[in-house]
Design a protein around this ligand. Structure first.
Ligand code: FAD
Length: 451
């Protein structure tokens, strides 16, 4: 195989490809992130070939494809979606949307999951993405080939199976990893858990509250799923104890609150950190998800993949050692679709060569500095990827470097409004409806009676 001796040679080759419209890009996954990547690649046809989008299921939408069954499909592949039956979005559609593709204005602001799926299907059709998706095709391996340069590896071999062609390996200039981050349950290590005699499940496999009517349930974790599911369970008269380690972010709800579970005793009782014990019939782990890239070898990419952290990723997106692979959407506490929209455009600007990129060492240093700053500020290691307030600055930075527009200021101001409403009225905030007036203004509106 050719060995490229210098970054310059690589740049010449990439420039040649760019000029002849030949850059080949693989996209793993046709959820929100993968569709967004494909949409922007297709809009730059002078530079890129149409992408190959690999999707292991037979539909677009990823997380938003609700599946009633849990466990595995008939073909042995695990169920991907963690969606529950009655889920309504926790962001209003005016914030949630891709900035250039609004939801149907007739819909309420907080949507049932079916509407988000419809939106993504419409997005895929509108931008002509669907013909470029290889459904029922699993990416098994993504491997950098050995053409090392001063700045990274140049091409990628993607091995997939299924679909019409069976197992095959294809070569690409860049890869967008968009396989989702809410599929592989994180199971905390709780000493004595094997003694628990009741029903043990993770929120990944929770669908609706009916089977738990009247039962005593300890819900472990007070993130968005833990809170939502607690309310659902309370609505069928389950006796819910919400066990969590954070200061109560929401006012009292129809459930009691306890510190984290620290162990399960030999008689099956659950013990909390304050010494109290309970004998719940159900222990429901709303303890989040692990990062999981079964088709990548992290060490080949100079990456460490831990339960809550993938590092180093320059701009939370690309491994400094391999700057033509992009892992989209690893950050938490964000507006996912606007986030993908910014990351994807930045990534394409990197590939187009319009972003002036630091050296590998400089990128690594920046990531390290940023992590140390957060840890010094008291951020817990498992929250290093939570952006929350800093997401707006982040989008500005990507947009400034990549030469595109960040999400409009109205996204931020409405997001902040909804965040406060959610804290004040965790059960009612979804009844509100909004309308965007301009890029900077929104207003609260009454729904028309026919909606
Ligand atoms: P996914 O939607 O998970 O898509 C990944 C795709 O990759 C899937 O289609 C999968 O089949 C495919 N794939 C995986 N591995 C392979 C492989 N090896 N080969 C081929 N294909 C593969 N966001 C909001 O904005 N608002 C909300 O209200 C909201 N609520 C949520 C509620 C729940 C319960 C969950 C779990 C998430 C919620 N989110 C919400 C976040 C949501 O995950 C994002 O909005 C977004 O849909 C994630 O898109 P994604 O493309 O990163 O991942």
């Amino acid at each position: 195989q050719t060995r490229y001796s210098s970054a310059e040679v690589e740049r010449v080759r990439v420039t040649k490809c760019r000029m002849s419209g030949q850059l080949r890009v693989a996209v793993v996954g046709a959820g929100g992130a993968g569709l967004c990547a494909a949409r922007h690649i297709l809009s730059r046809q002078g530079v890129f070939r149409p992408p190959v989008v690999y999707e292991l299921s037979s539909a677009v939408g990823g997380t938003w494809v609700y599946e009633e069954c849990t466990g595995c499909h008939e073909n042995g592949l695990p169920i991907h979606s963690s969606m529950y039956r009655d889920l309504r979005t926790n962001l209003p559609k005016e914030v949630m949307m891709f900035p250039d593709f609004p939801f149907d204005p007739q819909l309420p602001s907080f949507l049932p999951h079916q509407e988000v799926l419809r939106y993504l299907e419409r997005y895929s059709q509108h931008y002509g993405i669907t013909p470029h998706i290889r459904f029922e095709t699993v990416v098994e391996e993504v491997k950098p080939v050995t053409m090392e340069t001063g700045e990274g590896k140049l091409t990628w071999e993607v091995t997939s199976s299924g679909g019409q062609c069976g197992r095959r390996t294809e070569t690409f200039d860049a890869v967008f990893v968009c396989n989702g981050h809410y599929s592989d349950p994180h199971l905390p290590s709780i000493p004595g858990l094997e003694h628990f005699k009741g029903t043990l499940l993770h929120s990944h496999s929770y669908r609706y509250p009916d089977p738990f009517a009247g039962q005593s349930v300890v819900v472990l974790g007070a993130g968005p799923s833990g809170l939502d599911i607690s309310f659902e369970l309370a609505s069928v008269n389950a006796q819910v104890t919400l066990s969590h380690g954070r200061p109560p972010a929401v006012p009292p709800a129809p459930r009691s609150s306890r510190p984290p579970v620290c162990r399960v005793l030999k008689d099956g009782a659950v013990q909390f950190q304050d010494g109290e014990v309970a004998h719940p019939q159900v222990l429901l782990l709303c303890t989040g998800y692990r990062f999981s890239y079964p088709f990548l070898d992290p060490t080949q990419l100079g990456l460490q993949v831990q339960t809550h952290l993938v590092s180093p990723l320059y701009k939370h997106l690309l491994p400094p050692a391999c700057p033509s692979l992009f892992i989209v959407g690893v950050c938490k506490v964000i507006c996912p679709f606007p986030h993908f929209h910014s990351q994807v455009q930045f990534a394409l600007a990197v590939l187009e060569g319009t972003v002036s990129m630091p050296s590998k060492a400089e990128m690594e240093e920046e990531v390290q500095r940023e992590m140390e700053r957060k840890l010094a500020e008291g951020v817990k290691p498992q929250h290093l990827l939570n952006l929350e307030w800093s997401q707006w600055e982040y989008y500005q930075a990507l947009a400034g470097m990549g030469g595109f527009s960040p999400p409009p200021p109205v996204t931020q101001s409405l997001y902040e409004e909804v965040r406060q409403q959610r804290q004040r009225h965790p059960q009612k905030y979804r009844q509100l409806n909004y309308r965007l007036i301009s890029d900077t203004q929104w207003e609260e509106v009454e729904l028309q009676p026919n909606r």
